[in-house]
Design a protein around this ligand. Structure first.
Ligand code: NAD
Length: 367
């Protein structure tokens, strides 16, 4: 069992430094002794609208890891909403704990009460280890929740739409790398075949890609491997394979000093949030190796598009898919801008998003 490290008061000072650096508006620490709930809600920016972002439940090994994750993820949501043209701000929540053993109705409803206490400034949804069923309990205590099942008038699991957006974003990146967007016959490695990765593999298989998959969940690996004729590879092996495309669909920071020099692919395009361990250094390292990187927050916005449609009311899945299709064109535009301006795709996407936030922020100040 991994030892859990609590953050000391001395380290708390650096939390404010971090919040200041990343530009968060508000960070809420939630604690409930009765249910054992420990959560952090981070509201990064609400210029464009309420901060919408999923809740991730993870067995973090320290407070510091959980804080770093929620701060980075919520900031990513601000840029994701802005680049996708949605009227939403960026926020995210993390629950510290074991999703297999700790979740209960009371635990999830207590979390819902904390979300409610923000009066709609933060709207929650699913993320890693949180399912639509969990959102139903959260929704018993707050209306500021999306990702509800279809029988509750919600949009259901957003993962298929996320996977679809990732797929079209991958095709756009392939077009830049190979001159056409066909994925047929391309060797594609998918790291993490959970909710999004699983649907992505399905799309890739339909297009005739040669698929390699890895995951820590062996049962799931075997199932997806059999269903879509994908080859199972080792967790570390994926970085050394002779791939055309690497699709990170598990957790963040897998593009780093250790992995990038090992990659032989021409494209990186996946659904995981915060894939670049260091946005600038690792974004540049990818360019130096001639790899086209489709920024994660541009191509994994399908889920956000889906829950935004639900938030607006009168949800229709076909319309969410249609809107997610625009990710293809946004990705092409970002990659063109990056090449034209001599910056990384990540930088190009962030300045595209920031420009929208600044312009709409000014617009809101006028009569
Ligand atoms: P998930 O929990 O269903 O899937 C994640 C998968 O990754 C699991 O199968 C897990 O076993 C596997 N995994 C964990 N650590 C791994 C490792 N070290 N190596 C290989 N596999 C590992 O989550 P998901 O909803 O599919 O989300 C996947 C990623 O996409 C996350 O980063 C999430 O934040 C991001 N994302 C998801 C959505 C969505 O709609 N679900 C939207 C946007 C972004």
């Amino acid at each position: 069992m991994v030892e859990y490290k609590e953050t000391t008061m001395e380290q708390e000072t650096s939390i404010f430094t971090e919040i200041n650096k990343l530009g968060h508006e508000q960070v809420v620490f939630c604690h409930d002794e009765a249910t054992g709930l420990k959560a952090i809600i981070a509201v990064h920016n609400t210029t464009l609208g309420p901060a919408l972002g999923g809740t991730r439940m993870w067995h973090y090994t320290s407070d510091a890891d959980a804080i770093t994750d929620v701060l980075r993820l919520s900031r990513g949501m601000t840029f994701k909403a802005a680049v996708s043209g949605l009227n939403l701000g960026g926020g995210k929540a993390v629950i510290i704990g074991d999703a297999k053993t700790q979740k209960s109705e009371a635990f999830l409803r207590r979390f819902g009460k904390f979300v409610d206490s923000l009066n709609g400034k933060y709207i929650t949804a699913e993320d890693v280890n949180m399912k639509t069923r969990d959102m139903e309990y959260v929704a018993m205590e707050t209306k500021h929740v999306t990702g509800l099942p279809e029988y509750r008038g919600g949009g259901g699991d957003p993962s298929p739409v996320t996977a679809y957006g990732t797929y079209v974003g991958m095709k756009a990146a392939a077009k830049k790398a190979y001159g056409n967007d066909s994925l047929s016959g391309k060797k594609i490695g998918v790291q993490g075949v959970g909710q999004v990765g699983g649907y992505l593999v399905e799309k890739l298989a339909q297009e005739g890609a040669e698929i390699f998959i890895t995951d820590i969940n062996e049962e799931r690996l075997e199932q997806i491997g059999k269903e879509h004729n994908a080859r199972v590879v080792g967790m570390d092996e994926i970085y050394d394979l002779d791939l055309d495309i690497y699709a990170p669909c598990a957790l963040g920071a897998t593009l780093n000093d250790n992995t990038i020099p090992r990659l032989k692919c021409q494209v990186v395009a996946g659904a995981a949030n915060n894939q670049l361990k260091d946005e600038l250094t690792h974004g540049r390292m990818l360019i130096e190796r001639g790899i086209v990187y489709a920024p994660d927050f541009v191509i994994n916005a399908g889920g956000l598009i889906n829950v935004y449609a639900e938030h607006l009311g009168a949800y229709k899945r076909e319309l969410a898919y249609q809107q997610a299709e625009n990710i293809y064109y946004t990705t092409l535009e970002i990659l063109d801008r990056a090449r034209h301006d001599g910056v990384t795709p990540q930088e190009a996407a962030m300045s595209y998003a920031q420009k929208r936030i600044d312009e709409i922020g000014k617009l809101k100040q006028t009569l």
